[in-house]
Write a protein that binds this ligand. Sequence first.
Ligand code: SAH
Length: 217
Amino acid sequence: MPQQYRLQRERMIEWLRAHYRISDERVLRAMAEVPRHRFVPEALQSNAYGDHALPISANQTISQPFIVARMTELLEVNADSKVLEIGAGSGYQTAVLARVAGSVFAIERIAELAREAQRRIRELGIYNATVKCFDGTLGWDAHAPYDAILAAAGGPDVPEPLLAQLKVGGRLVMPTGQSRESQRLVRVVREEKGFAREDHGACAFVPLIGRYGWNEN
Ligand code: SAH
């Protein structure tokens, strides 16, 4: 992995640890290695390690580093895990997941973003993640069931197909809420019978648009 911006990356990790209390060392190591500046528009590269989201193309955003760390930590994945990601966007979260999980199947509804995300990931020599373009609210049945599912866009509720594609014992993390602009971060754990749901606080993501999400307009 490139050494450029290494200092900024290390400072970001220290901030995640000290201020946000991220403690999963595997997640912190992955974020120390993935060059976040390669996932943002060139003009914004020097801001890539700040404590905020940034705009990418097609009116979408790359999530704040803290949110990426928190969601990844909540998924509790290891090198054997198979992960489904909805809303690959820039591909940054995909790259982080690929460093902590066994395999990652990522979906992005905007073709241009999906193509770019896949290209960046390959350029970094990551081969255990695939990005495809379609409606992620339907999940990706061909590779189900998953140990973990992450959605980086906010919908009115957790899409039924995603619950159906989660293994027993598996974790799903996604923002949900009745408004398109602000949500609660929820974690759903599949149990033998039914699902346990936890609230992990307020958040603000771009809308999840699709069959089991919001309408286009
Ligand atoms: N984790 C990404 C965040 C991208 S923002 C990153 O770090 O860059 C969320 C993304 O979800 C947007 O790119 C948006 O196009 C995508 N999205 C919204 N609804 C979707 C759907 N139904 N299926 C797949 N992707 C979707």
